[in-house]
Design a protein around this ligand. Sequence first.
Ligand SMILES: [Zn+2]
Length: 139
Amino acid sequence: MPTLVNFALRERVVARAGSCCEYCLIHQDDVPEAHEIDHLIARKHGGQTVAENLTLACLPCNRAKGADLTTLDPQTQTLVPLFNPRVQIWRDHFALVDAQIIGLTAIGRATVALLRFNAPVRVDNRRWLIEKKRYPPTR
Ligand SMILES: [Zn+2]
């Protein structure tokens, strides 16, 4: 569910993320729906509405994540935490290979699967953005 946060906090989260989804890295300008503020630890699990617990997420990532904190690594079937952009580095866990996002670690693989990074239309869109040099973000 979209999170209501005050404008100042939203602006801080958006600026920190460079207006990109912190999971799949797609830029706000390249999707039709507004990116959402996601609670890393969902409110239902006691997560607070503070910058350290918030991330910017595109609609497909945020819908797929929901209130989840963990999921199964598809390779080992062990329960692992989802990628946390506040404490982890994207390139440590993911790599872009021909418009697909590949998980490099258990956390990466689990997050790729749960958030459906490589759904066909998302890969198609990513490939198109790569051709236009609008993906991945450079910063
Ligand atoms: Zn995303």
